[in-house]
Design a protein around this ligand. Structure first.
Ligand SMILES: *Cc1c(COP(=O)(O)O)cnc(C)c1O
Length: 491
């Protein structure tokens, strides 16, 4: 029965050749060129056929589509010319979300990217001597200065004098490079509680195997003692590895040595100690009400041979991986041919340098990730109330609800910040349909769906965009307000 109905519908669709010859088809080709009209035509027809097949088209809706065929082609052409990578409004309350591009960059970082990338620069050129230089030179000392600027323990300062730094593509590359450089062909001792998957397919045992090192696991999932590490050390041992548990927590009957204890053991046995730290956090989150310390400072100050972190997590900079360690370890990293394969571009240096300079200058609040973490719940509540009253005055169903924002991005698991959200609903529309509808606005609004409500956590929405958000919701929701028909927003 459905096949017969469908074949009636399929026959309504115009033939490509005929359409292109028609007056309307000719006019569009004048405006956009034949190849563009042709490919839009194919794409549109394929979509309409698919919609017929999946039962999304009725005779009426299909006739309407055929009547407005040229307009739909035009829309198709415009959409195909629009960028795929788009700015979105992050109303999820997750501050560092890998799916949403992690840390937003500071104004200073953006200006530097603009300035450096729009022309030539001294990326690998020494302006003094006129000779070739190396690209890390722009940030290697600055990384140490940024760390030094945040150190609260003056006793750690002399240690920094003995440290060097290097930059690669991301923390995964940094970790791989560290394992490959320090432990290829040798055993790496790691706690069973740290054989983790960070996300996006980054699994410690797999990275370790690929690096050419041999996994030597010790302890148990919940408890690993210093004696376990000590007992595993043999002449084959090449490295002691510590992995920050960035996206989960083990609670209850747990134990693991401090990083400083591992460093001490490494010193005793002449073994390097490497920490995959991840977060790159240079500020004390305690001050923002987050108990889980995940501070890069402490890792570096522990005296570990090498520490790896991401540039676009709590550091608040561009995507990159930063290695800080002894001069010997960093020299060995630089001498590894893979270092060249993992190098970053001038845009990254431009943004990283600006981000690090903000810490050095004591302006870390100009870094969006840090500013967002520091936002006070009361201020967010006041914004939520203003937005809700504006939406209500347009007849929308909105309310203010207390929520918890999370840092995310593999940083402080379990840690949350009190925040406020705008709860939205449209009568007759399910919360997942409403969330999907909001993702189709321009710019798309990404929300959180919780307990049957669509929530817009304002912590991750810049206050300067509140008015944009209100306008977007008023206009965007007007067509479906009170419509109560899911079909209207289904396509
Ligand atoms: C996030 C994270 C990584 C991966 O970092 P990328 O920069 O995304 O490659 C590796 N290890 C830890 C501990 C992390 O938290």
């Amino acid at each position: 029965m459905k096949e017969i109905q469908d074949s009636v519908l399929y026959r309504k669709l115009p033939a490509i050749g005929e359409y292109l010859e028609s007056a309307e088809g000719q006019a569009l080709q004048q405006a956009y060129s034949r190849p563009r009209v042709l490919s839009a035509c194919r794409a549109l027809l394929a979509r309409l056929r698919h919609e017929v097949k999946s039962g999304k088209q009725t005779l009426e809706s299909l006739e309407a589509a055929v009547d407005g065929f040229s307009r739909l082609i035009e829309r198709e052409i415009e959409q195909s010319a629009a960028p795929s990578l788009r700015k979105v409004i992050n109303a999820t309350g997750v501050i560092l979300q890998t799916n949403l591009g992690r840390a937003p960059l500071s104004e200073a970082a953006l200006q530097r990217i603009q300035e450096i990338a729009s022309g030539y620069c001294n990326l690998e050129f020494d302006l003094e001597s006129g000779e070739r230089s190396y690209r890390d030179r722009h940030v290697d000392e600055l990384i140490l200065r940024a760390i030094g600027s945040q150190l609260t323990l003056p006793s750690a300062a002399p240690l920094l004098e003995t440290r060097a730094a290097a930059v690669v593509n991301n923390c995964a590359a940094a970790t791989f490079l560290a394992l490959n450089t320090l432990a290829e062909g040798r055993e790496v001792i790691v706690s069973r509680g740290e054989l983790v998957e960070i996300g996006g397919g980054f699994r410690i045992p797999e990275i370790l195997a690929k690096s050419g090192a041999v996994l030597r696991e010790v302890g148990t999932t919940n408890r690993t003692r210093l004696t376990d590490y000590r007992a595993a050390i043999t002449p084959q041992t090449g490295l002691i590895l510590r992995v920050h548990r960035s996206n989960f927590r083990i609670e209850g009957f747990t134990e693991r040595p401090e990083l400083t204890e591992l460093v001490e053991l490494g010193r005793e046995c002449s073994l390097p100690v490497f920490e995959d730290q991840g977060t790159g956090c240079l500020v004390r989150l305690k001050n923002c009400g987050i108990k889980d310390e995940c501070c890069w400072l402490d890792s570096v100050a522990s005296g570990a041979t090498l520490v790896a972190c991401s540039g676009d997590k709590l550091l608040g900079g561009p995507q990159c991986g930063i290695l800080v360690g002894t001069e010997d370890a960093i020299d060995a990293i630089r001498a590894n041919p893979l270092f060249r394969a993992f190098r970053v571009d001038k845009l990254t240096y431009a943004a990283l340098e600006a981000t690090l300079l903000a810490y050095v200058a004591g302006n870390s609040e100009t870094i969006p990730a840090i500013a967002i973490i520091g936002l006070q719940a009361e201020a967010i509540e006041a914004r939520a109330e203003a937005i809700v009253s504006a939406l209500r005055s347009s007849g929308l169903d909105a309310g203010v609800v207390p929520v918890s924002s999370v840092i995310g991005g593999g940083t402080a698991p379990g840690a949350s910040l009190p925040s406020f959200a705008v709860a939205l609903s449209v009568p007759g529309l399910s919360e997942s349909s409403l969330a999907a509808y909001l993702r189709r606005l321009d710019p798309p609004v990404v929300t959180r769906v919780s307990e049957g409500r669509v929530l817009l956590d304002l912590r991750t929405v810049p206050a300067a965009e509140d008015a944009v958000l209100v306008g977007l919701l008023r206009h965007g929701l007007a067509p479906i307000q009170g419509a109560g028909k899911e079909d209207d927003v289904g396509s």
